[in-house]
Design a protein around this ligand. Structure first.
Ligand SMILES: [Zn+2]
Length: 74
């Protein structure tokens, strides 16, 4: 009887261990850090910095707005 209990206990330990091993140690998070948002210097639209077009220290939502702002300065 004691042997059966030991086998059952080992079975439970093996099952728990196997379940834990199946889970990846670090699940990839979709967005580890929030991206910096910038406003278009022409229309004021907020967009992620990586999607913006940087010109000097200004950011634009599109090439058209960058050119429009550039034309407005001249
Ligand atoms: Zn814009």
């Amino acid at each position: 009887m004691k042997f059966l209990l030991l086998v059952a206990l080992l079975g439970v330990i093996w099952w728990v261990w196997k379940k834990r091993a199946a889970v990846p140690p670090s699940a990839p998070r979709p967005d580890p850090r929030p991206e910096k948002m910038v406003a278009c210097a022409h229309c004021g639209l907020l967009l992620p910095e990586s999607d913006s077009i940087a010109a000097g220290d200004s950011f634009y939502c599109s090439e058209a707005h960058r050119q429009a702002a550039d034309a407005g300065r001249r």
